[in-house]
Design a binder for this molecule. Sequence first.
Ligand code: GDP
Ligand code: MG
Length: 437
Amino acid sequence: NLSDKLDKALHILKGHGQITEVNVAETLKEVRRALVDADVNYKIAKDFTARVREKALGQDVLKSLKPGQLMVKLVKDELTELMGGDAVGIDTSGNPSVILMSGLQGSGKTTFSGKLANYLKDKKKKKPLLVACDVYRPAAVDQLHVVGDQINVEVFSDKGNTNPVAIAKAGIAYAKANDFDTVIVDTAGRLAIDEMMMTEIANIHKTIQPNETLFVVDAMTGQDAVNTAKAFNEVLNFDGVILTKLDGDTRGGAAISIKSVVNKPIKFVGMGEKMDALDVFYPSRMADRILGMGDVVSLVERAQEQFDEEEARKLQKKIAKNQFGFDDFLKQIQQVKKMGNMKDLMGMIPGAGKMLKNIDVDDDAFKHIEAIIHSMTPAERTKPQIINASRKKRIGKGSGTSVQQVNQLLKQFDQMSKMMKMMQGGGGKRMMQMMNK
Ligand code: GDP
Ligand code: MG
């Protein structure tokens, strides 16, 4: 796992009050190994560490007060840059704006088409139309209709027609005639690069001249993802990459390599099969995640989206005043549960990834947590500090868990409160300090 490896690599630095040139080199070697293990192309990883090294020496890391911190920052900044700097949106300026999906079969095009339509409709107040151009499997058209029904977005299809170019054209004409402002064209893919598929997608592309061509790729496919990206980019010169299935046991390497090889921004990431499992891609957050800090910002944002605003404001105040208690935590868990897959969400909590590796995370994990909180008195919930040994025993008994489990939750809660407090302060710097402890 890349995070673990980087943790280990950076750990070499953390222990030392002083850093010698030797352990900068050693650390960078570990970082490089970690990247390569995560399927980052060897040369990219090597260039990466060389750049960090140069910067480290240029900034006199060795003489700085907190060399470990500075190194972490350098690695993080460089990773962020490597993955694309600032977040890049989708061009929706056309009338209608045409968005073309490309990618191998199973990469997640149809699912992402639905997610994107849903996102544009809900978040950007657009009126999208989905167009079904996967003509090879009848089930593919049905699948898009199922997706469309789920999100209340109309789907244009023409079942007897086997010419995807004609369907795409007809779909766009239909959109124009019926006031749709965005057209999302879902296409067929194959299991591997082949000439027919490439010719077909090139033809659709040439004919409809989309505002935005997106390349959808399964993050779990490692090095292959890079080769596929290269092949599609040569034919389509696409505008952006969609990295799907990042909720699985994926290696962050795909994000890094694809960006460096095709030099196109990653625009969204897929975090699950559900229609709302879509996140805008933020390189710096991804870098944090790779570095094992957890994608706290996304988590907080997503949690807040689900709260009503009043609730969010109250929560923010509480966090700022250090009054965030177990009742709030319980509320959050309930909100979080609405959002879908537990593993996604837990993965975003710093440190949780490691902690949860040995536990099979499903909703049951939350049942314990909820049971423990329910066994606390109101006073204990608002002031967890008062929970002493005998209270722990009582809570454990009451919730059918052990004192260890109670302890674990208290510890997690404490860490989480600290994290949240820091997020409030907006202090990236302080996050870094925390990481260095
Ligand atoms: P297509 O062949 O490119 O259209 O791919 P599909 O959209 O049909 O997706 C293939 C499979 O991957 C389906 O079972 C999807 O539910 C699943 N899938 C797509 N995106 C994601 C994702 O972000 N996370 C997970 N876990 N599964 C996904
Ligand atoms: Mg499909």
